[in-house]
Design a protein around this ligand. Structure first.
Ligand code: PMP
Length: 359
């Protein structure tokens, strides 16, 4: 029996322990059926009920029930949405507006360029994406505006979204279900499951139906949101296990009190860690204070020569997944919904022990 680690992985990441337990049980014997969740038909009554509940619960948690939205659980990750969004929303000879706040935003922009004109409303690239640009203008004649709510690699997060009359699309892969927002401001939200929602293998797409069907493009069925809506998210065999585990995570969140309840805990976790990063003279944060992410806290050692000692210390404390993204280095503490406050306290204790040792 190995001790459960304090898992700071950026994704796939920690999920609630009860989700692991219930998922494991369902693999052996689903709903006392004598069958594994892995061997039943996706068209069976039991799985159709899972799909329906997952779609309804996602909308419920986001406060979007009865407001003209549809929730889909698709394949292909958030990266496929980078191209499904322009395919479904950018008119022939149209244009789209993008905010460039990091690596993933950039990947979305690259895909959109294959479909038509993309207008970059602002970019924080020259400052190595250490902040969220503000005060930019969104062209009123663009087909949609696309932004990334949380920049997983650079540790920044949009705290206040712009006002616009054109459809607003948001990649919420790394902070969906983590904080209260007026989600009805958005016309399309997408998120790979593998942070706050479940295991890798499915992507949640939440769409205001009225924005679809306006491009004049011939869209292949598998990439066509309208097709997926008509087929109730079962155009082809859905990733059944990823959706089931996602449903369990959404149920966990609902029982906890929903997004408002988890936001309080997330605020506490972020405050605890950022207070230490700011106080401790041996560390520095990389993101501008006002834009820093409550999900991914990125930080550096002031003296890189101390890295072997710090690395040895956090590993000995049972911490896992702390190194920063391979493209930026340093450290990144991902504090997704399922990471307990106690895990953050363990990291803060290590940082204080480290300070004592090196000073
Ligand atoms: N967008 C964001 C904000 C992400 O953090 C990631 C993955 N870390 C992606 C998109 C890409 O997601 P996927 O691997 O599901 O394609």
């Amino acid at each position: 029996h190995t001790m459960k680690k304090h898992n700071y992985s950026a994704g796939p990441c920690i999920l609630p322990q009860e989700v692991f337990e219930k998922s494991a049980a369902a693999i052996l014997n689903f709903n006392n059926s004598g069958l594994s969740i892995l061997e039943i038909s996706h068209r069976s009554k039991d799985f159709v009920a899972i799909m329906e509940e997952a779609r309804a619960l996602a909308l419920d948690l986001l406060g979007l029930t009865g407001k003209g939205y549809q929730a889909l659980f698709l394949h292909g990750g958030a990266s496929l949405e980078f191209l499904m969004v322009p395919f479904n929303l950018m008119k022939e000879n149209g244009k789209a507006a993008y905010l460039d706040t990091g690596t993933w935003a950039n990947s979305a922009i690259k895909e959109a360029k294959a479909f038509g004109e993309t207008v970059l409303v602002a970019s924080s690239k020259p400052e190595n994406y250490n902040h969220i640009p503000k005060g930019f203008e969104i062209p009123a004649d663009a087909d949609y505006f696309h932004c990334t709510s949380n920049n997983t690699i650079f540790g920044t997060q949009i705290k206040s979204f712009p006002e616009t009359n054109i459809p607003m699309v948001c990649d919420m892969s790394s902070d969906i279900f983590s904080r209260v927002l007026d989600f009805s401001k958005f016309d399309l939200i997408y998120a790979g499951a593998q942070k706050n929602m479940g295991p890798a293998g499915t992507t949640l797409v939440v769409i205001k139906e009225e924005i679809l069907g306006k491009t004049g493009r011939n869209i292949p069925n598998m990439l066509n949101f309208q097709q997926h809506i008509e087929k109730e998210s079962m155009y082809n065999t859905p990733p059944v296990f990823a959706i089931y585990a996602s449903l369990l995570t959404l149920q966990w969140l609902k029982n906890l009190g929903g997004i408002a309840a988890i936001e309080k805990i997330n605020n506490e976790k972020a405050a605890l860690l950022y207070t230490e990063i700011d106080r401790n003279p041996y560390f520095k944060g990389t993101a501008n204070t006002e834009d820093r992410s409550n999900m991914n806290a990125t930080f550096l050692l002031n003296d890189e020569a101390n890295a072997p000692l710090f690395d040895e210390m956090w590993k000995a404390a049972g911490i896992s997944g702390l190194p920063g993204h391979r493209s930026v280095g340093g450290y990144r503490a991902s504090m997704y919904n399922a990471l307990p406050l106690e895990s953050v306290q363990v990291l803060v204790d290590v940082m204080q022990e480290f300070e004592k040792k090196v000073s």
